[in-house]
Ligand binder design. Structure first.
Ligand SMILES: Cc1cc2nc3c(=O)[nH]c(=O)nc-3n(C[C@H](O)[C@H](O)[C@H](O)COP(=O)(O)OP(=O)(O)OC[C@H]3O[C@@H](n4cnc5c(N)ncnc54)[C@H](O)[C@@H]3O)c2cc1C
Length: 399
């Protein structure tokens, strides 16, 4: 059975997140974009409103919502401010390896505190020398007694300067690539762990991105997730859970681009008519609407697969690749509809354009999603029409 309707609970969550975005995000989005300050009061408010850490199971004090629910909420958030949403949602990405692979004790120790205080968690996978090629991680983990000694550098880590702990991917032997990867929970105050200054970014300026250095950082063996050599699997499973959400972010941004563009077409007059009167402009709005609708269907399908099937990798890549390209296109056309005013900071579309770009890069680039999908079509996909007949040389049928 296919049912496209939301439950009453989902409608309430959507409204709560939409109201939050309109009251606490949109009005302050320009301020945080300009200053690059970390939006601590907004993150705190989101936590107080119960709109953070949605995926933490009830057993560990959280609301225990599925990914479909989380995606419905983050579409609303991202329509308010992409940067703040990245800061808030990093708390879904950071602890995801613990949710996927943590023992009961690890979950109790590292998930429950997030429901008691507005603490932040970072996912530390990328490095200065690698992002797409996760198996190429160079940060090392050396076993020493009951502990592991971590050495290396992570880069681009969202919320790192504010994080209480990190989920860190490191290798027992970089030459063994994915086979030697391990995932650890690392407390931010571990001696030898140091975060860098946040970098200046094109967009998502309300999120803090910085390096994390590990210099002989001693991590207790009990903080290893799942077992040695399980890091690559955990990272891939994490992405299958978080990519649908990035597609939902992108849908929110695309929708906001369409709505700001729509409003402008009612204001601006050219050649003695409002912009909305011109078919060329209507077609742009129509195209935006089709992309928003398609993106939403795709992220819902991917999130549903993440909630209900053992592996959502493929629908997650479809949704992420499509929705993030769609958001970039919608933001670009929204700037175009604003003409020169779209290019300056007097209207929000200039920020939407800068913010949209990141969606095509983080959590696996658009190219990486296409690599995954290309390999799937060639090697994993089961053709619907098996035994394709010879195309030419057939005689007329006699049935
Ligand atoms: C603001 C921001 C926040 C981030 N937050 C986090 C975070 O919290 N945690 C974290 O771990 N990481 C984070 N990242 C890192 C992000 O995930 C990486 O930047 C991303 O995965 C790409 O890696 P890279 O930058 O090393 O690019 P590269 O891997 O060097 O890729 C460069 C280009 O080559 C393309 N490419 C790569 N491989 C192939 C291939 N096989 N075939 C064809 N094309 C290819 C890529 O698509 C890209 O266009 C963040 C990045 C940014 C910018």
């Amino acid at each position: 059975m296919i049912d496209f309707s939301l439950t009453d609970e989902q409608k309430n969550l959507q409204k709560k997140a939409r109201d939050f975005a309109q009251e606490y995000m949109l009005p302050y989005a320009s301020y945080y974009d300009k200053t690059g300050e970390f939006p601590t009061p907004i993150v705190k408010k989101a936590w107080e409103a119960g709109l953070m850490n949605l995926g933490i199971p009830k057993e560990y004090g959280g609301p225990g919502l599925g990914l479909v629910d989380a995606c419905i909420a983050v579409e609303e958030f991202a329509a308010g401010c992409a940067g703040m949403t990245t800061s808030i949602f990093a708390n879904q990405l950071g602890p995801e390896p613990v949710l996927i692979a943590g023992s009961h004790e690890q979950k109790e120790k590292y998930l429950r505190p997030l429901t008691k205080e507005p603490k932040l968690v970072s996912f530390a996978c990328s490095e200065p020398g690698m992002g797409s090629d996760v198996a190429g991680i160079k940060t090392t983990a050396r076993k020493e007694g009951d502990s592991y000694i971590l050495n290396g550098a992570k880069f681009w880590i969202t919320n790192a300067p504010h994080a209480d702990y990190f989920t860190v991917f490191a290798s027992l032997d970089p030459s063994k690539r994915h086979k030697a990867l391990c995932a650890f929970i690392v407390d931010a105050d571990t001696p030898g762990v140091k975060t860098g200054k946040p970098v200046e970014k094109m967009g998502h300026r309300a999120s803090a991105t910085s390096s994390v250095m590990f210099r002989d950082a001693k991590v207790p063996g009990e903080n290893l997730l799942a077992g040695e050599g399980q890091g690559f699997r955990i990272a891939m499973q994490t992405f299958a859970m978080t990519r649908p959400a990035i597609a939902a972010f992108a849908t929110g941004l695309a929708r906001a681009s369409m709505e700001f563009a729509r409003a402008y077409t009612d204001k601006r007059e050219v050649f003695s008519s409002k912009l909305r009167e011109f078919e060329v402009i209507q077609f742009k709005l129509a195209e935006m609407y089709m992309k928003v609708e398609t993106s939403r269907l795709l992220y819902l399908k991917a999130a549903w697969a993440a909630d209900n099937t053992p592996d959502a990798t493929i629908p997650a890549s479809v949704a992420k690749a499509y929705a993030t390209d769609a958001a970039m296109w919608c933001a670009s056309e929204a700037v175009q509809i604003h003409g020169g005013y779209g290019y300056i900071d007097q209207y929000p579309v200039e920020k939407l354009f800068r913010d949209a770009k990141l969606y095509q890069i983080y959590e696996g680039t658009s190219e990486v999603q296409r690599l995954i999908l290309g390999r799937f079509v060639l090697d994993g996909y089961q053709p619907a029409m098996e035994n394709l007949p010879k195309w030419t040389g057939q005689k007329a049928p006699d049935f």
